[in-house]
Each structure stands twice: as structure tokens, then as C-alpha cells.
Design a protein around this ligand. Structure first.
Ligand SMILES: [Fe+2]
Length: 198
């Protein structure tokens, strides 16, 4: 896959690689990387580039992710989810992975849930309780730790999430929750679409 990156994106990658190389603990590393990502989201070259990115999700259909970069040593990836207006994800987690979800264009509504039963993470039925809801706009970074349950719905505008994941979707299981009966189903996450960001 292409690994040449826009200079500000390459700089972001180099910083994150430095945190890994320094042995930083996971939660601290992702908090630090979120600060760098916030800076990157304001970069004019990235904001211009994303105008040409193709949509990867429509309505409540399956999500795809543009895949810009996969780190050969530390395995983190750079992705984008490009929602057409009026799209909605299912209620899901990202399994054991960490995610920084930065809004690059548009805006959306995020809802979160927590499990109130003590069943295993991958086994239903899950008892879900609402655990916050908020609107996000460009520049906002949602840090999604392992197993956090959430859903995003955008309004009448195209919305781009520029995403850093601790590992590529498809290399781990993530889970979808049925709000009616709490059923849980495992899946490999968004399909990955290699895309050049250079
Ligand atoms: Fe998600």
C-alpha cells in the first residue's frame, strides 16, 4: 500500500513513532498523540486534500475506511471514514484497540453506552445504559479506549473522521450491539481501502 505521506502527516507519524520508541504507556501515549492530532486537523494542506476523498459510508450501510498508512513497526494506522449526509453507524465497540477519532470536516452526534451486566466482553445478551451524548465539530478528537460502546450519526452534511487506530481493522474482532435484545455479533470492522495521502 502507498506509504508516502503529506509532510504534516508524516511529521505526525514520526512523533507517534517516537512515543512508541520511548516506551510510553498506552493511555498516556494516546492522550499525547491526541494533542498532535488536534494540531494536524487544522493543517491547511490536509483540509484541502480531504475535499477530494471519496465517500466510504452511506445511510446505515456498511462502513469503509480509507487506509493511508500502516506503521511497519508499531502497527498503528491512519484511516478516514467519509460519511455521506444522513449516515448512521450501528452501536459498536472497537474491541481491544485504541482509536483517536478526529473530525476533519462536517459534524455529527456521538452517543455512548456502558454495559451494566458483568458478562464477558464478546458475549451477549448485553444490558446497555446510555453513558453520554454530544455533538462534535471539526477539530474535535474523540478518544475511544478499548471496549467503549458508541454510535455516530451525522446531519445533512458530509462528515469526515480522520482516524488513528492502534492496529488495522481486520486484525482484531470488534463487536456490534443490538439495542432491542442486547445481542452481540463479532466482525472485522470497516473494510480497508488503500488510498494515497501525498
Ligand atoms: Fe466506532
Amino acid at each position: 500500500m502507498p506509504q508516502t505521506l503529506l509532510p504534516p502527516v508524516q511529521e505526525f507519524v514520526d512523533r507517534v513513532r517516537g512515543y512508541f520508541a520511548g516506551g510510553m504507556a498506552e493511555a498516556a501515549l494516546w492522550e499525547r498523540a491526541a494533542e498532535d492530532l488536534k494540531e494536524l486537523l487544522g493543517d491547511p494542506a490536509l483540509k484541502e486534500h480531504c475535499k477530494g476523498w471519496p465517500d466510504t459510508k452511506e445511510g446505515n450501510g456498511p462502513a469503509g475506511n480509507l487506509l493511508f498508512y500502516e506503521d511497519p513497526d508499531y502497527k498503528f494506522v491512519l484511516n478516514a471514514l467519509v460519511k455521506k449526509p444522513l449516515a448512521e453507524t450501528n452501536i459498536h465497540d472497537h474491541g481491544k484497540s485504541w482509536t483517536l477519532y478526529g473530525v476533519l470536516e462536517g459534524g455529527e452526534h456521538i452517543r455512548r453506552w456502558k454495559r451494566t451486566d458483568d458478562g464477558p466482553k464478546d458475549t451477549g445478551p448485553a444490558a446497555l445504559a446510555e453513558d453520554g451524548a454530544f455533538d462534535v465539530t471539526p477539530g474535535y478528537i474523540d478518544m475511544v479506549p478499548p471496549w467503549q460502546i458508541h454510535q455516530e450519526t451525522n446531519g445533512d452534511q458530509r462528515t469526515i473522521g480522520f482516524i488513528v487506530r492502534s492496529q488495522r481493522s481486520g486484525t482484531f474482532e470488534q463487536y456490534r450491539f443490538d439495542p432491542e435484545d442486547g445481542a452481540i455479533s463479532a466482525n472485522g470492522g470497516p473494510r480497508q481501502i488503500p488510498y494515497e495521502l501525498s
